[in-house]
Design a protein around this ligand. Sequence first.
Ligand SMILES: Cc1ncc(COP(=O)(O)O)c(C=O)c1O
Length: 392
Amino acid sequence: MNTDKIRQEIRGLRDGKLFFNNAGSSLMPNIVVDSMIDYFHQEEQFGGYEVANRNAELLENFYAETARLIHSKPSNIAFMTSATEAFAKALSSIIFIEGDVIITTIDDYISNQITFISLQKRLNVKIIRLKKLDNNELDFEELENLIKEHQPKLVAVTHIPTNSGLIQDVESVGKICRQYDVLYLADCCQSVGQMVVDVEKIGCDFLTATGRKFMRGPRGSGFLYVSDRVLEQDYAPVLLDMRGAHWSEFDNYELFKTAKRFEHWEVSYAAVLGMMEAVKYANNIGLEQIENYNKNLAETLRTNLSESGFKVLDIGKNLSSIVTFCGPDNDLENIQNVLRDNNVFFSASYKHSALIDFTDKKVDGAVRLSPHYFNTLEEIERVSEILSKSLI
Ligand SMILES: Cc1ncc(COP(=O)(O)O)c(C=O)c1O
């Protein structure tokens, strides 16, 4: 991996900032931005329909590149405007009735939890959150017992929570779901782009992801993976449009065969193109390389922060490129001021966004630094030094 070349391909880095907010919204490679601008210029000249026709083959590459990213087939991929849209469309294809059980984890994303609670309020669906072991790993024995006892309609697990460095073992969850033939959704919003994500190994029915984070795509992009199993059983979003089905009779339609049935007809084709370029960019570097490189950056940062006296809040066997911490006295404000004053890009989140996790950790929130493969070890040392001086 040629970090110098990668950095030269990011106009956003030219002003010397320290950019560590890849879990929020990353810096796009130049090719992503340039391809979108060029596409807009074409639309300006010829109108969107003509340009979509002229670029049909190129736009179709989005499906092939995304399939390559997660080891699936193009027919299992749908373009989405966000991970949340992907999640909502996937859930809307499942017919929940009163008393159905959803098994999830305490670390699942805030919006996923709110969706489950909404289903609970409207349909009396029951939410069970899987317990964790003392080492912060999911309790798979308990998962198996819960599945046997409740026959859940869905198991949903967030691969990497937004407010914690934890990597949840979605592959082991998948093995159990396949064994008991349970629908399984993996929220890989924070993992795609930062590490290897392989749907064959995860064994999920739905996988949701966004473009703007570690994938380095544009805002308003994302994707949904839908398994063959689910497609063959005619799962489709409850509010389908003509992208999903052929209107065959006055009162009937025929579902299209591929995961595109989860899309809506109208999308920003410039965003599809930008996302395709972003995925291609990551594929060409190689996700294994990216994962190994990121691991080293994040581990070094965690070690430096702990040694300086910060409370590093990431607990688990496998940790990701999301580094969360607070001051020794749980301070968040002073840390943020110091980072802002030194041109460091980061994010912070407060209790409501990880209500159970932050309550368990007895903190009001966390500052989040999320390095990525365009960052250097030297930058990690610089931000560590800036922070350590703030404690003196
Ligand atoms: C784990 C996780 N899932 C889902 C989402 C939602 O993604 P989007 O905002 O693209 O809908 C996020 C966003 O931060 C996330 O971190």
